[in-house]
Design a protein around this ligand. Structure first.
Ligand code: PMP
Length: 419
């Protein structure tokens, strides 16, 4: 039986930022995939009757579609605060964007990242990438990157291009990383920095130019738009010099009879061969525009209040232990991972779904090195020997309410083993 969920105060965006949802279902899994915003749904509905092939075809539908696609590129770039000469490449998602960047690195590029990253920002990088241990504070992260870059510049890496690849906000803990400081350190060592903003962009304002970040990657489906659209934006030189990420129609200026006789376009089209995802691009741009027009500071403050309610509620449950890397009061977005001592996380998640209509994620969240390390740290910190080997994650965003949070807390209170 679906249970009525009362809507209380929370991140109650209305208008274009109202999210579509199923009454009675409590979605606390925004970090995996956020619900669709009205702006995205409206943009898709408007486009469906008249779309045609993008970049190919002289017909009116095709021409309008090409204009809409390129307008979407412009809008998404503006939302991310890109520099005028940056490239904005549409991809399928963040994973695709970071794999594209990995393939576009100049030969010999050294990559520095943290063991705290999502697999999408751990696995695409070339062999020999430096994987720094999970730091225990933002300051330690900056010092570790500084030391690693110093070492690389002293050693065989001497003059080689270097890329520092870090997350903006952790998909496990929600903790925000010191991006502006990391960018400053990277540039001091003549290295570039790529930001995995899959989790940061949906929650906080992000300005690539102000942060001095060289590349940024985001996913549409975490930004209140549908699946299948993402973005890699940043410095055009490496992207224009690289072999095309996808080889095929749309990426070429001309193809001759010999197999090697191909001239590739410069600019984003070089990496976007094949008919592009117009609906996805337009939906994502619509959300970006709606967010750009909204009072994001107010939305952020609402989300922070809800997150504080969630975390203090969890802290009040004797068997619940939160996972965290940094200090308890470090800045974070609306994500919190935890375990219920003595309870298997998959069983808890199934109970929450079946009896409470609450959807959240259990597991190691595609960040195995980080999640395992934090589970060990949580056992040490709490002194509990009965923590399960995987965790639970609750994540919130637009449309989340105090009622949703309270329902999770009530459910956990009833599920937790009595002491
Ligand atoms: N990076 C982070 C920090 C993420 O949270 C995710 C998604 N969980 C990704 C990258 C990958 O995103 P996608 O699955 O949309 O490619």
């Amino acid at each position: 039986e679906p249970v009525e969920v009362t809507i209380g105060t929370g991140v109650e965006a209305t208008g274009p930022l109202q999210v579509l949802g199923v009454p009675g279902q409590v979605n606390l899994d925004y970090a995996a995939t956020a619900p669709c915003a009205r702006a995205a749904a409206d943009a898709v509905a408007e486009l469906l009757p008249w779309y045609g092939s993008v970049h190919r075809g002289a017909g009116a539908l095709s021409r309008r579609s090409t204009l809409a696609y390129e307008r979407a590129r412009q809008d998404v770039g503006d939302f991310l605060g890109v520099r005028p000469d940056d490239s904005v490449v549409f991809t399928r998602n963040t994973t695709d964007a970071l794999n594209l960047l990995a393939r576009a690195l100049p030969p010999g590029t050294r990559v520095v990242t943290f063991a705290a990253e999502h697999h999408a920002n751990l696995l695409p990088w070339p062999t020999g990438a430096v994987r720094l241990p999970v730091p225990d504070s933002a300051g330690a992260a900056v010092r570790a990157v500084d030391a690693a870059l110093r070492e690389l510049r002293r050693g065989s890496g001497g003059e080689a291009p270097i890329l520092v690849a870090v997350t903006g906000a952790s998909n496990v803990t929600g903790e925000c990383w010191p991006i502006a400081d990391l960018a400053r350190i990277a540039h001091r060592h003549d290295a570039r920095i790529a930001l995995d903003a899959a989790q940061l962009a949906p929650h906080a304002e992000l300005d690539v130019t102000a942060l001095a970040v060289d590349y940024v990657a985001v996913s549409g489906h975490k930004l209140y738009a549908p699946f299948g659209i993402g973005v890699l934006a940043g410095r055009a030189d490496w992207l224009d010099a690289a072999p095309p990420y996808l080889a095929g129609g749309g990426a070429t200026l001309g193809v001759g009879p010999a197999t090697h006789d191909v001239r590739w376009v410069d600019g984003p089209g070089r990496h976007e061969a094949g008919t592009p995802n117009l609906l996805g691009a337009v939906a994502l741009a619509a959300v970006c525009n709606a967010l750009a027009e909204a009072d994001r500071a107010a939305l952020y403050a609402d989300e922070q209040a809800l997150l504080a309610r969630l975390r203090s509620g969890l802290a009040g449950l004797p068997d619940v232990v939160e996972l965290r890397t940094f200090a308890v009061d470090a800045p974070r977005v609306g994500i919190v991972s935890f375990v219920v001592a003595g309870r298997d996380s998959a069983e808890v998640a199934a109970d929450l779904a079946q009896h409470w209509q609450i959807g959240l994620r259990d597991g190691l969240f595609c960040a195995h090195p980080l999640a395992r390390r934090l589970l060990t740290e949580a056992a040490d910190r709490s002194g509990r020997r009965d923590l399960p080997p995987t965790a639970l994650r609750a994540s919130i965003g637009l449309g989340s309410t105090a009622a949703h949070v309270d329902r999770l807390l009530a459910a956990l209170a009833s599920l937790a083993t009595p002491r």
